[in-house]
Write a protein that binds this ligand. Structure first.
Ligand SMILES: CC(C)(COP(=O)(O)OP(=O)(O)OC[C@H]1O[C@@H](n2cnc3c(N)ncnc32)[C@H](O)[C@@H]1OP(=O)(O)O)[C@@H](O)C(=O)NCCC(=O)NCCS
Length: 230
């Protein structure tokens, strides 16, 4: 199987990280030199899943790819308390990202310390504002500052979330709608978003409020070198 280095992950985590790409005709995996490998086969890729399991990979989460038809379901936009993020929001978005995630593949892997998974999300949040995402939207509170964010990259809505104390007020929905509107403005007919099957709050929001439908199902597999120290 082909393995490509995930350079950004390697830098952030300080270990050598790779992404495994499945081929039904090639079952050999060369673990030499790797610390942490990730694979995300579609559930239909049964041979690949069997090979990964035989090789010692552990399934850590179920990944859902969702799609929304933006012409059939145009975004509903609220003006306040949202704005587009600036580069100097990076630290605040990173701070928030470090506190709010728990269903993603790193947090779902019991072998990875929570502080490592939080630090990874912090770096990701910061990176969004420093140019990784084409657009980042934030929701602000007069006293607290940034309490939520969403992001757009390509035709994908990327990382998004809301501070626990500000949830269930429609902020998450508003942020996703803004991201959808940006995609529509860029000429996209469809918006893509992904989440884990276990993320019930996000799934409810995407299905019930934001008109997303399941487009594909995959599984996240991890392999960690024995004795790896974080
Ligand atoms: C998912 C998340 C962004 C929702 O933010 P929010 O501001 O609370 O969402 P909203 O108030 O706009 O809620 C919109 C809808 O989502 C659903 N929802 C939100 N929280 C929910 C919960 N805890 N349980 C069930 N459904 C929930 C509901 O359908 C809700 O509509 P309703 O309030 O009219 O019933 C928030 O829970 C969060 O930040 N989670 C952690 C980060 C994360 O997992 N992000 C998604 C990554 S894919």
């Amino acid at each position: 199987m082909r393995i490509e280095e995930k350079e950004w992950d390697s830098n952030v985590l300080g270990i050598r990280c790779g992404e495994v790409y499945c081929h039904s005709y090639d079952k050999a995996i060369d673990f030499n030199g790797w610390d942490f490998l990730h694979a995300r086969p579609w559930v239909s890729e049964v041979d690949c899943i069997a090979t990964l399991e035989e090789a010692g990979f552990v399934k850590v989460s179920d990944y859902l790819l969702l799609q929304r038809d933006l012409r059939a379901h145009p975004p509903v936009i609220s003006e306040f308390p949202y704005r587009e993020a600036a580069k100097n929001d990076a630290e605040y978005v990173g701070d928030l990202a470090a506190q709010i995630f728990s269903y993603d593949r790193l947090h779902s892997d019991g072998r990875i310390p929570r502080k490592v998974a939080d630090a990874y999300k912090r770096a990701w949040g910061e990176n969004l504002c420093r140019g990784y995402a084409g657009s980042v939207f934030v929701a602000t509170d007069l006293h607290y500052g940034i309490v939520g964010f969403s992001s757009v990259r390509g035709s994908f809505i990327g990382l998004n979330g809301v501070h626990p104390e500000f949830r269930r007020r429609g902020i998450g929905f508003g942020l996703v709608e803004l991201a959808c509107q940006r995609l529509a403005d860029l000429g996209c007919d469809y918006a893509l978003i992904s989440t884990q099957r276990s993320n019930v709050p996000a799934l409810n929001m995407y299905f019930k409020k934001c008109h997303f439908k399941i487009q594909g199902m995959a599984a996240d597999f991890h392999w960690l070198r024995l004795g790896l120290e974080w």
